[in-house]
Design a protein around this ligand. Structure first.
Ligand SMILES: [Ca+2]
Length: 483
């Protein structure tokens, strides 16, 4: 009998969800956001606000998030990305022990239902973390392998080299990046794939609005192609966003993810506002290259960010520079793609990279930096009101070495121009940036701009055409008349 290999059908592709153009995300690390139910705290819980370490717990939970949805609304966000919430052993929960249950320290199915309903009632969508490359060494299937060794029913759910299974000094099974407590799933095993797709369907059926794919580059594309089909067949409006640090386009051809975490944009913005390694010309040129690498349909679905649980915090990266941090936020909210705030950055939290950036959200408002909060709220508010900032095309140019300009054009629906001056002197904005010709001849009435937001503390006489030293200016214009 001849064994035929069935040709693969053309991969199914689908459009990116429209709601992403209007979304502003807020990322939460659940152990550190708010403690709403002390009864769930682990016995070794530490006082809220202590130094975060790789191992300590602070008792944050789903009830705490539910109780603070008004804060998320007040910042201007309408979507939440939660890092993992399933049963696990660590505070970060990237080591799932059971993907079908909520971690007992966070709550249960009931508190998840309450949280999700409360979020949806307020118009907030919820995206969860799909950590499917690896689990924790406490996962029931891996425990079974430890217990029964080569006789385990689940032995081929992992990639074990020889027996007995050993974690030290070097694990003899595949892991995530050599980490012994993160055994890697054997994604080539159909049973594992079915388990993972069942996880995806389970939480979609509970009502979530999307999945963020953790280290998707460690699993083959066929796995994610089918993942997308499974998820999108339940609801094409679900958002799939891939973690990605350098090469976004591989995920964005319509068959894998809708968008990626835009760390490339982060590098450019922070290079310009924080590090001084990127001047306005190279910022503009690199932003244009990045824009052109991303397919048109995926551009509004990119998840733009300045920081996350895997980086240092925005204010820390700017060496406590509040004015410079505000410039970075101006560029974030001016850019095409959905902006994401990392919890606490909006009130000026500080923190070095993991574990420093995973501190406890301060709920004593006297500890908040109201200048940063007011600025972020202002940017979010303008973005909500101005169609061009959400849905306009994007062109980026340099006015001087220190002044970058992002032009967003929605034609009849208006335009927006964000100017960011990191330099020490005020700059008069040349006419070609106001009439649109610097951005490819968009033909805007140069007198038609209105100041929507200006971070300069001192008023200046020619406001609207001058961007102050170390400040950002957001201009908006009504739409062009049809010719
Ligand atoms: Ca708690």
């Amino acid at each position: 009998m001849t064994h035929m290999i069935t040709p693969q059908p053309t991969p199914e592709t689908s459009a990116t969800p429209d709601w992403l153009a209007d979304a502003i995300f807020y990322q939460i690390f659940p152990d550190r956001f708010a403690n709403g139910d002390p009864a769930l705290d682990p016995s070794d819980v530490e006082p809220w606000g202590n130094e975060p370490t790789a191992h300590n717990f602070f008792g944050g939970d789903l009830k705490g998030i539910t109780e603070h949805l008004d804060h998320i609304i007040s910042v201007g966000a309408n979507a939440i990305y939660l890092t993992p919430i399933f049963q696990a052993d660590t505070n970060h929960r990237y080591d799932a022990t059971d993907y079908f249950s909520i971690d007992r320290r966070l709550g249960d199915d009931g508190s998840f239902r309450t949280f999700l309903d409360a979020a949806h009632e307020r118009g907030i969508r919820v995206v969860l973390d799909a950590v499917l490359n690896h689990c924790g060494d406490g996962h029931w299937a891996f425990r079974d392998v430890i217990e029964n060794q080569e006789r385990s029913r689940y032995v081929n759910w992992f990639s074990v080299e020889d027996f007995p299974v050993r974690a030290h000094p070097t694990p003899n099974y595949r892991t995530c990046s050599g980490c012994y407590y993160l055994p890697k799933w054997n994604a080539y095993n159909p049973e594992v794939r079915e388990h993972h797709y069942a996880v995806a369907r389970h939480w979609v059926e509970k009502g979530i609005d999307g999945w963020r794919l953790d280290v998707p580059y460690f699993i083959n594309h066929n796995f994610w192609r089918r993942f997308r089909q499974e998820v999108k067949s339940l609801d094409p409006d679900l958002y799939i966003v891939a973690e990605e640090w350098r090469e976004p386009e591989q995920w964005l051809q319509g068959d894998l993810a809708d968008g990626t975490m835009n760390y490339s944009l982060r590098d450019l913005v922070l290079g310009f506002t924080a590090d001084g390694t990127v001047d306005a010309s190279s910022y503009a040129a690199s932003m244009t290259v990045l824009h052109d690498r991303i397919p048109t349909a995926a551009r509004p679905a990119m998840l733009n960010l300045l920081g996350s649980h895997d980086t240092e915090r925005v204010l820390t990266r700017h060496r406590e520079g509040i004015a410079q941090s505000k410039l970075a936020y101006a560029l974030l909210f001016a850019s095409q793609g959905t902006p994401m705030l990392y919890y606490g950055d909006e009130v000026g939290m500080r923190g070095e990279n993991d574990p420093g950036s995973r501190g406890c959200m301060p709920w004593d408002e006297t500890q908040w930096n109201t200048e940063i909060l007011g600025w972020v709220q202002g940017l979010a508010s303008v973005r909500r009101r101005v169609v061009a900032l959400r849905r306009g095309t994007q062109a980026v140019a340099a006015v001087t070495d220190d002044v970058a300009a992002i032009f967003r054009d929605a034609g009849e629906q208006g335009a927006a121009l964000t100017l960011v001056n990191r330099g020490a002197t005020r700059v008069v904005v040349p006419r070609e940036f106001l009439d649109g010709s610097a951005f490819g001849g968009a033909a805007i009435d140069p007198a038609g701009w209105v100041v929507a937001l200006d971070s300069a503390t001192a008023p200046n006489a020619a406001v609207g055409t001058v961007v102050g030293a170390g400040s950002a200016l957001v201009l908006v214009a009504a739409g062009r008349e049809l010719e």
